[in-house]
Design a protein around this ligand. Structure first.
Ligand SMILES: Nc1ncnc2c1ncn2[C@@H]1O[C@H](COP(=O)(O)OP(=O)(O)OP(=O)(O)O)[C@@H](O)[C@H]1O
Ligand SMILES: O=P(O)(O)O[C@@H]1[C@H](O)[C@H](O)[C@@H](OP(=O)(O)O)[C@H](OP(=O)(O)O)[C@H]1O
Length: 673
């Protein structure tokens, strides 16, 4: 299909240390590919399409190269576990990466940041290209793609890391591996478990708040549905099949209880709907809804504080070092503002480090809806990590990560960023480089490796701005994938971190059961977040705003109503009508391109954001970012992105949200006759 399939593992080649000289052209990108339906598994090609589908639909998977190396035995030898254990997230020693065609070293770039720290980006060595042309662009023809047959010998996706995360907390996945049990073995086991979905009975889920009215309505927004119902509902898509040439995305067909005994043996979790306790609910507005999970007694759930979703960054991402971080990264996703630099940010994220307090010129503006009871939340949310990226051959500028998972970003060069590898995102970015949406997403340059961690290399959208104001809007009416729901049913995992975040915002939000268990299921938490914010009512929500004066606000969890959104937008543009107009124009353009885009039609776009950036020069742009949970549909299924979601239809409400956003922007402009 003219599109490469990336193997779920990193390069198999032995790293070659060479020095990169300034001015030298970048190396050829090696994007490993495999043939449709095939994966290498311990030197053998697995041809079970269902297994591959299931493995591939686990959402956010990031390649941990060292792990893969260890697993496959085909790596570069750099994956010494001891070394990896010592490796600190975000800290950049001299980078070492592999390249078949030689390797680069960044120009010595230990620049002093404007905050007096040093960006230890010296020696970025790309395992891939840095040629200047985005993947898929005509200039990117030198990118080398290979078939897995040729390249993947024995090297496969660190699936165990990913899939293990599905069934084990990450730390356990890494550390508690029984002797003699290979990760590959466990990966295979995972496949079996995932392909054999427990059959249950429940009505379809829906994202339509209007349908969530009865507190005793069984399983509305619950985590279970029958195969029959699923079939009935799948008028547009059959998530259990794979479109040719597309990254596999699958919701496995129910086939009876898992052989591995991993199905949830307790009582089926049930979600009940309660009124939103938010004190900010406007009078006269329809009752806001939040969703409560009730895990009936008899649950044999074993709450584990480290349990994470396979679809999350924190659950799947990163290196062993990352995964050993004590809940920091997962929690940091809720911090909202996190370091994107190469600084030693990670260990300090959780408590609010000296680095933060000393570096950050940005201070959060607390949302008016934050009561005193939300102090801990507020504390988390007010942290700002400034990352004064110092970029070779580019002007020096500070970089800020407004939302998302801490430790996900590293400084690149030439005005580029490294985002921790996520296969799903890679696939999307690759396709997007050939889609009409290309001008609306960051340019993508392939996978690079640094400190044994793979990254997607993309344009830094802030690079061309001076002291920009930035806003992150998470688009869509749903923020979790259907497969996350399925997963939650198969293997319900209580999330203590999410429980804590919930309580921090609203101590009354958890059910008694949840309180007793000190944990909530991820979909339950996500749904609660959606109904608390404008996601459910407007199809988007503001995640964070950073203004050019350095002030930063990520306290938008309860920004739910149109008026509240308008107020935030007004503040963001500082009353500048010209900027508003430019944003509006860009959004309208984007909408019409989206309506025509093949990529967009054929993907479920969940958790993706629009990044708004403007500066005092009058420049204002909007881009789509974050494709970690954007998954292809089975061809020829398509989405219109406006139809309300019902489980099985895969609709994400993206365009509905964009319509609302455009409408709000329009209404903020002075009306001209
Ligand atoms: N290409 C980019 N250029 C500039 N800034 C970016 C870019 N991509 C992401 N960011 C910054 O990083 C933040 C988080 O990005 P992103 O949503 O991709 O991360 P994530 O960890 O995948 O998030 P999530 O947890 O929501 O999935 C954005 O809000 C933005 O501030
Ligand atoms: O914004 P909050 O309230 O902090 O909640 C997080 C947010 O919804 C992220 O989008 C989600 O990551 P994904 O989108 O990648 O699922 C993360 O899940 P995680 O903790 O499982 O990573 C949540 O904790």
């Amino acid at each position: 299909m003219g599109q490469t399939r990336s193997v779920l593992s990193h390069t198999t080649t032995t790293p070659v240390r060479t020095k990169w000289k300034p001015g030298e052209t970048a190396q050829r990108l090696r994007i490993r590919t495999f043939r449709s339906g095939e994966k290498r598994r311990g030197g053998q090609i697995t041809r079970n399409p269902m297994k591959n589908k299931v493995l591939s639909c686990l959402g956010r998977r990031k390649r941990d190269s060292s792990q893969t190396e260890g697993d496959s035995g085909c790596g570069n030898g750099a994956g010494d576990p001891a070394t990896r254990r010592d490796h600190r997230v975000g800290k950049l020693p001299r980078d070492e990466v592999t390249s078949l065609d030689g390797e680069q070293r960044a120009s010595p770039s230990c620049f002093e940041s404007q905050f007096g720290l040093h960006d230890n980006t010296e020696g970025i060595k790309h395992a891939v290209n840095n040629r200047g042309a985005p993947v898929g662009s005509p200039d990117a023809s030198s990118f080398d793609t290979r078939s897995g047959e040729a390249s993947g010998a024995g090297c496969e996706e660190p699936k165990s890391g990913r899939e293990d995360n599905a069934s084990h907390p990450p730390t356990r996945a890494m550390e508690d591996q029984p002797p003699g049990e290979s990760k590959q073995d466990r990966g295979v086991c995972e496949v079996r478990e995932l392909t054999e979905t427990t059959v249950s009975t429940a009505p379809p889920l829906t994202s339509d708040p209007d349908t969530l009215t009865s507190s005793d309505q069984p399983l509305v927004c619950g985590l279970w549905s029958t195969a029959e119902h699923a079939e009935d509902r799948m008028t547009k898509t059959d998530p259990c099949t794979v479109s040719a040439g597309d990254q596999i995305n699958c919701c496995p067909a129910p086939q009876g209880p898992p052989g591995g005994g991993q199905s949830f043996p307790g009582t089926i979790p049930k979600l009940i709907i309660t009124r939103d306790p938010s004190p900010t609910r406007s009078q006269g507005t329809p009752s806001a809804l939040s969703v409560r999970t009730e895990l009936n007694s008899g649950s044999c759930l074993e709450p584990h504080p480290d349990d994470e979703s396979p679809c999350s960054d924190s659950g799947c991402g990163g290196s062993p070092a990352l995964m050993r971080s004590p809940r920091k990264l997962s929690n940091s996703s809720s911090i909202g503002l996190s370091s994107a630099s190469s600084f030693e940010e990670s260990e300090d994220d959780y408590t609010g480090s000296d680095i933060e307090s000393s570096l950050s010129p940005a201070r959060s503006l607390c949302s008016p809806d934050d009561g005193p009871g939300n102090k801990s939340w507020q504390k988390l949310k007010t942290m700002v990590h400034w990352s004064p990226f110092v970029v070779s051959f580019k002007k020096r500028y500070p970089w800020v990560q407004l939302a998302g998972h801490a430790g996900n970003f590293q400084a690149g060069e030439f005005g580029r960023l490294l985002k921790k590898y996520c296969e799903c995102e890679q696939q999307c970015l690759q396709k997007l480089m050939k889609d009409s949406l290309r001008p609306y997403v960051p340019g993508y340059y392939g996978v690079v490796q640094r400190d044994e961690q793979d990254y997607n290399l993309m344009d830094d959208l802030l690079a061309d701005f001076d002291s920009p104001s930035i806003m992150d809007c998470k688009m869509g009416s749903r923020t979790y994938l259907e497969e996350e729901l399925i997963k939650a049913r198969e293997r319900p995992r209580l999330r203590k971190d999410m429980y804590d975040k919930m309580v921090a915002v609203d101590p009354g939000a958890p059910t008694e059961q949840e309180r007793a268990q000190q944990g909530v299921l991820k979909p339950r938490y996500m749904q609660w977040r959606e109904t608390l914010s404008s996601t459910a009512t407007l199809g988007f929500r503001i995640e964070g705003i950073k203004k050019s004066d350095g002030t930063c606000n990520t306290n938008f969890k309860k920004t739910k109503y149109r008026e509240q959104v308008m107020q935030a937008l007004e503040d963001f543009v500082g009353g500048n009508t010209q900027i508003l107009k430019l944003y509006l124009q860009r959004l309208e353009e984007l909408r019409s391109v989206l309506e025509q885009s093949h990529f967009f039609k054929s993907h479920e776009v969940v958790g993706s954001s629009l990044l708004f950036v403007h500066d005092a020069s009058g420049k204002a742009r909007v881009w789509m970012i974050d494709f970690g949970k954007t998954v292809p549909l089975q061809a020829p299924s398509t989405l219109d992105h406006r139809t309300p979601w019902v489980e099985g239809n895969r609709e994400d409400g993206y365009l509905w949200g964009l319509d609302n956003l455009i409408d709000i922007f329009s209404s903020m402009l002075p009306q001209t006759p």
